[in-house]
Design a binder for this molecule. Structure first.
Ligand code: PXP
Length: 249
C-alpha cells in the first residue's frame, strides 16, 4: 500500500536567534526560508514569541509576503497574537503554550479544560481563513478537546520522545504518539508532529502513517552551521590572502 506523502515545514527561528545575538541585520530568516524552499521545504514555520527573543513582527510580515510556499505562524493563544494573525493572514497558525522563562516550548497546550478561553480565539482565526493547529501532548483527552473545538489540525509534541533517556521510555513515547495519531485521524483531524526531531530520531515518526507534516527547526539550523563552516572559512581565508597580496603589489 502506498503511504500518503509526509511534508516538511522548516522552522527558521534560530536564524533569527543568531541575528538577535548581535543586533545585526544578518542572518536574515527570509533568506533562510528561500534556501529551505529551494531545497524542498513544503512550508516555513516561525514562532513569534511574546518576548520577541528571535523572530520579530517585521520578519512575519516579510515571510508572509515573500516566501514561495506557505507560512505556519506559531504563537501563544492570546488576544494580541490573534490580532496580529488576523492582520497578517498566514496560511496556518499553530497555537502553542508559552512561558517566558522557558528555553523552548516545553509541553503541549492544555486544550482540555481551556475550551472556554480557546474557542473564541480559534473561531476568529478560522473566520480569517487561517488553518488552525493546536500543539498538544499526545494524549487522547487533548485530541478529543481539539476536535470538540473544531480545530482542523493538531500537532503532536514529539519532545518527550526525542528527549527520552533510554529505549524503554523512547518506545513508550513512540506508542503514545502512534495512539494519538490514530485517535486524531478517527476524529477527522489532520495530524502533524514536531519538536526535537533530527536525523537520528525522525524515521520512527515517519513510520506513523497518520502524520502528514513534520515541523523541524533547531536540528536543521544546527546542522547547517557545520555543513557550511569549512566552505565559509575557506572563502574568507582566500579573500584575506588576496587582499594582502593585492595590497603588496
Ligand atoms: N513545532 C512547534 C509547535 C514548536 O513550537 C517548535 C519549536 O519552536 C517546533 C515544532 C520545532 O522544534 P525544534 O526546533 O526542536 O525542531
Amino acid at each position: 500500500m502506498t503511504q500518503q506523502a509526509i511534508y516538511l515545514g522548516v522552522n527558521i527561528d534560530h536564524v533569527a536567534t543568531l541575528r538577535q545575538a548581535r543586533g545585526t541585520r544578518y542572518p536574515d530568516p527570509l533568506q533562510a526560508a528561500w534556501i529551505a524552499e529551494q531545497a524542498g521545504a513544503d512550508s516555513i514555520t516561525a514562532h513569534l514569541r511574546e518576548d520577541r527573543r528571535h523572530i520579530q513582527d517585521t520578519d512575519i510580515e516579510r515571510l508572509n509576503a515573500q516566501i514561495h510556499t506557505k507560512l505556519n505562524l506559531e504563537m501563544a493563544a492570546t488576544e494580541a497574537m490573534v490580532s496580529i494573525a488576523e492582520r497578517t493572514r498566514p496560511w496556518a497558525c499553530c497555537l502553542v503554550p508559552e512561558r517566558r522563562e522557558e528555553l523552548t516550548t516545553e509541553g503541549g497546550l492544555e486544550v482540555a479544560g481551556q475550551e472556554k478561553r480557546l474557542r473564541p480565539l480559534i473561531q476568529r482565526l478560522l473566520a480569517a481563513g487561517i488553518e488552525v493547529s493546536l500543539f498538544i501532548d499526545p494524549e487522547h483527552q487533548q485530541i478529543e478537546a481539539a476536535a470538540a473545538l473544531s480545530a482542523p489540525v493538531v500537532e503532536l509534541h514529539t519532545g518527550a520522545y526525542a528527549d527520552a533517556p533510554d529505549h524503554a521510555t523512547r518506545n513508550h513515547e513512540l506508542d503514545r504518539l502512534r495512539n494519538a495519531a490514530a485517535a486524531g485521524q478517527k476524529y477527522g483531524l489532520k495530524v502533524n508532529a514536531g519538536h526535537g526531531l533530527n536525523t537520528y530520531n525522525v524515521e520512527a515518526i515517519c513510520h506513523i502513517p497518520q502524520i502528514s507534516e513534520l515541523n523541524i527547526g533547531h536540528a536543521i539550523i544546527a546542522q547547517a552551521v557545520f555543513s557550511g563552516l569549512a566552505a565559509t572559512v575557506h572563502q574568507l581565508k582566500q579573500q584575506i590572502r588576496h587582499a594582502r597580496a593585492n595590497h603588496q603589489a
